[in-house]
Design a protein around this ligand. Structure first.
Ligand code: GDP
Length: 309
């Protein structure tokens, strides 16, 4: 039998309705999309690196940090390129002990790669960052492993202790408040699907080289006080809208629900402490450092990040 003949018989066979042809056809129709999906989702998982989000008010030093980490320089970046990247790919050794100065590619070492993403600090652009953190509606970052919140520790005390409204503290605290609340909601929105991984927060108190910079424990205390103040101002709106004061004290009041969801930290507590975020699996550390000048530098921040990726 010549090949042409056998091909004709084969065509005739598959074009004639019969049980085997039907079953094979059905299997292809059903299995092909499933196989394609599995293949694609596996290869996507390969290229998504763990992400560390770098946020904070403008002028905190985020661009300076990201540029310095990218260039692995020991001093501050003396020149900025006209287009500073807002995402850099960085690497740390498997045991998380390598310095940001090490070129792991050149050393041929096995490294954990991750992305450091600079979130713009301008007011208008904060909404997108917060939506990303809150997650829930499919736009969350499944690979978000940590948030570095950078502030200018030398700008917190400006304007004297009494007048905090025009100091950097008010701005630094209100953005941090939104970020922590977004992360808290992210942890809370897990009723249906599997729980998202906990996202720790590092408050990087920058510009420790300046003599006006507050030390880390003071930065922590000032932020906690301001966050507590913000929490009571913001919750006053909730109280005015018919939410009974009794409910605040009980913690499980009938008025719970949405009001509870909008309360940062331990529900009903009088003072705010970062430790309260542990309830939502969110660890907050405050560490001082500096990108420029002489001081503790950025090594402690780097090891904090290395530890989380
Ligand atoms: P961004 O808006 O958060 O990206 O802040 P930039 O990276 O643009 O930094 C704002 C300014 O702070 C720049 O003039 C930096 O040179 C300066 N700066 C950043 N880090 C430090 C630091 O550790 N010490 C001092 N003295 N200045 C810094």
């Amino acid at each position: 039998m010549d090949p042409y003949d056998s091909f004709k018989r084969f065509l005739e066979f598959i074009l004639t309705p019969s049980a085997p042809v039907f079953i094979v056809g059905l299997l292809i129709v059903v299995l092909f999309p499933i196989g394609l999906h599995l293949y694609l989702s596996r290869s996507v998982a390969y290229i998504t690196l763990p992400t560390v989000l770098l946020a904070g008010p403008s002028g905190a030093g985020k661009t300076a940090l990201i540029t310095r980490l990218e260039r692995r320089t020991d001093g501050p970046p003396d020149t900025y390129t006209s287009q500073t990247p807002n995402v850099v790919e960085l690497a740390v050794s498997e045991d998380a002990t390598s310095s940001f100065r090490d070129d792991l590619d050149a050393a041929g070492a096995v490294a954990k790669k991750f992305l450091l993403v600079d979130a713009p600090g301008h007011g208008k652009l904060r909404g997108a960052t917060l939506a990303r953190l809150r997650g829930g509606s499919g736009n969350s970052d499944p690979k978000l492993v940590a948030v570095v919140y950078m502030i200018d520790a030398a700008a917190l005390g400006e304007g004297g202790a009494e007048d905090k409204s025009d100091s950097g503290l008010a701005d630094a605290a209100s953005y941090l408040y939104d970020i922590l609340l977004a992360l808290q909601k992210r942890m809370g929105a897990t009723r249906s699907s599997k729980a998202p991984a906990a996202v720790p927060v590092l408050v990087a108190a920058n510009k420790a080289d300046l003599f006006t910079a507050l030390p880390a424990p003071l930065v922590k205390a000032q932020l906690e006080a301001e966050l507590g103040r913000l929490r009571s101002t913001r919750s006053r709106g909730l109280l005015d809208s018919g939410f009974g004061a009794d409910d605040v004290g009980s913690g499980t009041g009938a008025g719970g629900g949405d009001e509870m969801d909008d309360w940062l930290g331990e529900y009903g507590s009088k003072t705010f402490r970062f430790e309260q975020m542990r309830e939502f699996d969110i660890d907050v550390d405050v560490v001082a450092g500096n990108v420029a000048g002489s001081g503790p530098g950025i090594d402690k921040w780097w090891s904090w990040i290395a530890d989380k990726v």
